[in-house]
Ligand binder design. Sequence first.
Ligand SMILES: Cc1cc2nc3c(=O)[nH]c(=O)nc-3n(C[C@H](O)[C@H](O)[C@H](O)COP(=O)(O)O)c2cc1C
Length: 171
Amino acid sequence: MACYDVLQAITERRSIRKYRPDKVDCNLILKLLEAARWTPSAKNAQPWEFIIVDDKAKIEAIAKIKGSSWIASAPILIVAVSDPSVSPVYHMSDTAMALHNISLAALKYGLGTCWIGMHEWKEVKELLKIPPNKTLVGALAVGYPDEKPPAKERKPISAIAYYNEYGCSIK
Ligand SMILES: Cc1cc2nc3c(=O)[nH]c(=O)nc-3n(C[C@H](O)[C@H](O)[C@H](O)COP(=O)(O)O)c2cc1C
């Protein structure tokens, strides 16, 4: 899907867990990082850093650590790290938003993504030589989709939003 409309991107994005083996061009990765750069952050601290991993052995090692074999089919992982010293409260939420910006921007280039939860996993930090003072927030698998998963159900608005006070339903 080449997608330019923001709402379309938000609603049509799916987590992709099966990728074609095709390489992802470096210029596209730079476009994704550009999308990350423009993420809002508390006090504009920009507490994020990203490791682009295309080393097959490292991707396979991460798949093994995680216990998810599908990860090995991803040509690229973008691993997100945050710096608590520059934004003690918001470093993780800012960085998570940056990963989501990447996942939306990826749609424009026909790329699929999937979050890989790995908060502060010691083995991954060691594997990628992430300094101990930086927080491993998570990773995104990135590649050309080889599946079209159906949409997963979402909670209705009435179950997640209130009017003026917590618990007051929106009529
Ligand atoms: C913080 C976070 C961590 C996630 N971790 C994983 C994961 O480790 N493995 C996985 O297959 N999907 C992971 N997901 C993807 C979710 O399972 C997925 O977003 C959810 O099921 C909704 O599906 P959708 O993204 O296709 O709409 C993660 C998503 C988020 C936001």
